[in-house]
Design a protein around this ligand. Structure first.
Ligand SMILES: [Cu+2]
Length: 191
């Protein structure tokens, strides 16, 4: 009795494996979304020198932003406010062409504001004595393409990452006292 039972069990297991392998393979060769889930920005200073870049990675619950500034740029050492501005346009001298903050939520500015934060708000970033900076910040108040109903960075008129002259105090209106814009980068889809 034992031997035939074992044979049956074996055959059943093989049968299951034979069915599961093609199904697994089909999943991995099936249609995948080709919409890019990354974006980048080349960062320029007011003299239009390229001084760094930013990478935007869309995750399931937010966008991870990696910012890099090269050494020898004109950014003053210390903390600087960094925000997401509503137009993908860094064409004029003071970068006001990038418009105001992305903020369809209508919330006040400031990560520490009881009526905030607005969609564009991010933590400050720190520039070292030699001008270099490496930072990662994460936000779920924007998305690349409208994921989880957050405003899209890659919408029709684009958007820009802007680094300000001063630290953002995360509460004062409208931009936390962060001052003028000294670095700008148009956010573009990665290919
Ligand atoms: Cu700003």
């Amino acid at each position: 009795m034992k031997r035939p039972l074992r044979t049956l069990t074996c055959a059943a297991a093989l049968g299951a494996a034979a069915f599961s392998v093609p199904a697994f393979a089909a999943d991995h060769h099936g249609t995948e979304s080709h919409q890019p889930n990354e974006a980048y920005a080349t960062l320029i200073d007011r003299e239009r020198n390229e001084i760094g870049h930013a990478r935007f990675q869309q995750g399931p619950s937010g966008v991870l932003i990696t910012i890099q500034l090269d050494t020898q740029n004109e950014s003053a050492p210390g903390w600087h406010g960094v925000h997401l501005h509503m137009l993908g346009d860094c064409s004029n001298d003071d970068f006001t062409s990038s418009g105001g903050h992305i903020n369809p939520s209508g919330h006040d500015h400031g990560l520490l504001n009881a009526d905030g934060p607005d969609n564009a708000d991010l933590p400050n970033i720190y520039v070292h004595e030699d001008g270099a900076l490496r930072a990662q910040v994460f936000t779920d108040r924007v998305s690349l393409h409208g994921e989880y109903d957050a405003p899209a960075l890659l919408d029709e008129d684009g958007s820009a990452l802007v680094i300000h002259d001063n630290e953002d105090d995360h509460s004062t209106q409208p931009i936390g006292g962060a001052g003028a814009r000294h670095v700008c980068g148009v956010i573009e889809a990665s290919r």
